[in-house]
Ligand binder design. Structure first.
Ligand code: UDX
Length: 468
């Protein structure tokens, strides 16, 4: 089948490459000329495991074409899938990009084509779609076309696998009187093994948003549970291992720490709460999910401050800047808020992330943050190490070497990703979330050590100098 994908960002590029992999002829319509030439040269605009190979292979075979011309892009298209951004950058929605994309593409979609909205859109916008599409089509002398939604449930870091083997495919019907649109979308996924659910577009929009709200709720619940465990001297991992075996609950998304980040969970919790407030609807549970998540960042910084007896003049190494491992995305990443708070309280913050783009973007987002290109450089002369993103390489660090580099042997683990026993054996004072029982049994006295090396002399450093 011939498919056009409008917008080659996180969602669109995975969708386009995934559909090509599923055997369709795909044309990507992208407005940014720099992105088009980068993709043509095999350079990905962001890190997503497996995506580069897929794009390269299908571009080389001609099965995936990329253009900036809407007329060429939609020539002979049986389905046009729109995947442009809908966040306003301030925890709300914007539909201007979507409206502009529709204005560009709708005049060119053949009368036997189908419009599919892949972006996450506010439910109100779904209601406006039939009239918006109809008027644009009429203005250009075009006939009516079916309109459907097909929300994505892919996670960054595993997006390719999630696209090719999804837990479900949801089709939302906006306007499809003959059922032709549904048949076309079903054919899009013909080679992909997954249950297909067909529902109204409002149901589909809420299925997408509701999934993320529930995941966020689980995480905030785990964060409260961790505090409860600390109060009672219990160990959160043990507690979750037992809770999670209940098939009604499951153990996924019950890892406590610095809380959730990324482009979806924080945005959707905050925007839903805000919209509900605007119409006088109270959603106290989701408000609390948001509050708990914000508090986790503060708690993490408090824990470092307590261990150091104050942050003024202290150097803190932050390990991990992306919002989770497997991505270089720092949107709503806990590390950014944590770095801001630490700097505000007088600390000098040196960040490291394996992804260069994450380091660059973090430096741009947080005034005063410096980054280095190696974890050992980040910890050199640190008074405390804060682990924010559980990249596997941090677990594999040579902690006895790290112990010789730091000024004070303090680790606060914001993801419960490190092994407290290993760190304690190297003389570190370890603090996690909900692991107090283990920490107490391993506690060591923290003695300030003399600096082992010059303050980052000779190391690659990016970012503004820390405030004096
Ligand atoms: C999410 C949804 O999972 C996906 O279905 C949707 O399509 C897009 O939004 P993503 O934003 O890529 O995906 O990340 P996800 O894996 O959901 O993690 C979100 C955040 O929660 C991360 O910051 C992660 O570190 C955090 N998290 C996750 C926890 O703090 N604890 C957990 O137990 C699990």
């Amino acid at each position: 089948m011939r498919v056009t994908v409008v917008g080659l960002g996180y969602v669109g590029l995975v969708t386009a490459a995934g559909l090509a992999e599923a055997g369709h002829e795909v044309v990507g319509l992208e407005a940014d000329p720099a992105r088009i030439s980068a993709l043509g040269a095999g350079r990905m605009p962001f890190h997503e495991p497996g995506l580069g190979q897929l794009v390269e292979r299908h571009v080389a075979s001609g099965q995936f074409l990329i253009t900036d011309a809407p007329d060429k892009a939609s020539l002979g298209a049986q389905a046009v899938v729109v995947a442009v951004g809908t966040h306003d950058g301030n925890d709300g929605w914007q539909t201007a990009t979507m409206r502009a994309a529709l204005g560009q593409i709708l005049p060119h979609i053949p009368d036997d084509g189908v419009l599919v909205i892949r972006s996450t859109v506010p439910v109100d916008f779904v209601r406006e779609l039939p009239e918006l599409v109809r008027s644009l089509r009429v203005r250009h002398g075009r006939g009516p076309i079916p309109i459907l939604t097909n929300p994505e449930f892919t996670r960054e870091g595993t997006a390719v696998a999630d696209f090719l083997a999804p837990s479900r495919v949801v089709i939302g019907i906006v306007d499809d009187p003959s059922g032709r649109g549904e048949r076309v979308v079903r054919r899009l996924y013909a080679g992909i093994p997954a249950p297909i659910l067909v529902m109204t577009a409002a149901d589909a929009a809420l299925a997408k948003i509701g999934s993320n709200l529930f995941l966020a709720t689980k995480i905030s619940f785990a964060n409260e549970l961790a505090l409860l465990c600390e109060t009672h001297g219990a160990s959160v991992e043990q507690v979750v291992s037992a809770i999670g075996l209940d098939p009604r609950i499951g153990s996924a998304f019950l890892r406590p720490g610095v809380g959730f980040g990324g482009s979806c969970l924080p945005h959707q919790v905050t925007s839903v709460v805000r919209e509900a407030e605007a119409v006088g609807l109270g959603l106290p549970l989701l408000e609390a999910v948001d509050t708990v998540n914000d508090r986790q960042r503060v708690l993490f910084v408090d824990r470092i401050e307590e261990r150091l007896d104050g942050l003024d003049g202290a150097r803190v190494a932050l390990l991990g800047l992306s919002f989770k491992p497997g991505t270089d995305d720092v949107r709503a990443a806990p590390a950014l808020e944590i770095a801001r708070l630490l700097i505000e309280r007088g600390a000098e913050v040196v960040g490291y992330d394996p992804m260069e783009r994450a380091r660059q973007q973090a430096v741009e987002a947080v005034p005063g943050l410096r980054t280095v290109d190696d974890a050992y450089r980040a910890v050199t002369d640190a008074d405390a190490i804060g682990l924010v993103t559980e990249w596997p390489e941090f677990g594999d660090l040579d902690w006895s070497r790290v112990a010789t580099l730091v000024r004070r042997a303090v680790v606060v683990d914001g993801r419960n990703a490190l092994q407290p026993e290993v760190l304690a054996a190297e003389g570190f004072h370890y603090t996690g979330f909900g692991r107090l029982a283990v920490e107490r049994s391993l506690a060591t006295i923290v003695e300030p050590r003399p600096a082992a090396a010059g303050p980052l002399d000779g190391h690659a450093v990016t970012g503004a100098p820390a405030p004096a």
